[in-house]
Design a binder for this molecule. Structure first.
Ligand code: GRF
Length: 221
C-alpha cells in the first residue's frame, strides 16, 4: 500500500459503465492500492453514474451546456478532480476528446481503455472496423492518454480470436471480458508506482524491484 493511503481515482464515463463496474469491484478489495474518489459523466442518464451511486461513490453529471467551450468544460472537470484529490484519471467510455490543456495538466496521469489492439483501429466503432478489415485477432488496449486519439503509450494489451461468424456484438462481448481484466490490472500497476513512460514505451517494473523493468509487452500478467 502507498505511504499516503490508496491512490485516488477519478473515472470519466459517458455510458453503460461496465469498465467502471470492473474498477469499482476491484478497488473495493481491501488489498487493492486504489479507490474511486469520484465518477464524472457528461451525460445525465449515463448508467455509469447509477452504478457509482449504488456503491456509495460520488457521481457527478457535468453538463457540457453549462460551459462556453471545450476548454471551459475541461477546466471544470479539472476543478472537480482536484477537489477530490484525484491522482489518476481513468477514461472508461468517455465520449469527449480532452483538450490539450487538460492532457498537459494531467500528463502521465490519464489512462484510457480501447477495444482494439492499438495502433490498429483507433477512434469510434473499433470492433466494427476490425470485422470489416477481416482481422483474425482482435483485443483491448489500456494506454496513457496523450493529445492524439488513442495514440498514447501502451500499458497493457490482451488479444481475443475473431470467429468467422462473429457480429459486432459477439466480438465486443469477447473483448469486453478482457477489458474488465486489463483495466484494474493497469490501475494496480500505476498505483504501485511500477509504470514508467519512456518515450513511446511504458516500462513495467517487477513488483518490489524499483528501477528494474521490462517493456510492458514482455511483462507477465
Ligand atoms: C468500452 O468498449 C471501452 O473500451 C470503450 O468504450 C466502451 C465503454 O464501455 N472506450 P463501458 O461503458 O465501460 O461498458
Amino acid at each position: 500500500m502507498r505511504a499516503n493511503g490508496p491512490l485516488r481515482l477519478g473515472v470519466l464515463a459517458s455510458g453503460r459503465g461496465s469498465n467502471l463496474e470492473a474498477i469499482l469491484a476491484a478497488t473495493t478489495r481491501p488489498d487493492f492500492p486504489a479507490r474511486v474518489a469520484v465518477v464524472v459523466s457528461d451525460r445525465e442518464q449515463a448508467q455509469a453514474l447509477e452504478r457509482a451511486r449504488r456503491r456509495g461513490v460520488t457521481a457527478l453529471w457535468l453538463n457540457p451546456k453549462d460551459f462556453g467551450d471545450r476548454a471551459a468544460y475541461d477546466a471544470g472537470l479539472g476543478r472537480v478532480l482536484d477537489e477530490h484529490r484525484v491522482g489518476l484519471v481513468c477514461l472508461a467510455g468517455f465520449m469527449r476528446i480532452l483538450t490539450p490543456g487538460f492532457v498537459r495538466a494531467y500528463a502521465g496521469r490519464i489512462l484510457n481503455i480501447h477495444p482494439a489492439l492499438l495502433p490498429a483501429f483507433p477512434g469510434l466503432h473499433a470492433q466494427r472496423q476490425a470485422l470489416e478489415h477481416g482481422v483474425r485477432v482482435a483485443g483491448a488496449t489500456v494506454h496513457f492518454v496523450d493529445e492524439g486519439i488513442d495514440t498514447g503509450p501502451i500499458v497493457l494489451q490482451a488479444s481475443v480470436p475473431v470467429h468467422p461468424d462473429d457480429t459486432e456484438e459477439s466480438l465486443s462481448a469477447r473483448i469486453l471480458v478482457e477489458e474488465h481484466r486489463l483495466y484494474p490490472e493497469a490501475i494496480r500497476l500505476f498505483a504501485e508506482g511500477r509504470l514508467q513512460i519512456a518515450g513511446r514505451k511504458v516500462v513495467v517494473r517487477a513488483a518490489g524491484r524499483p528501477g528494474a523493468g521490462a517493456p510492458a509487452s514482455e511483462a507477465s500478467l
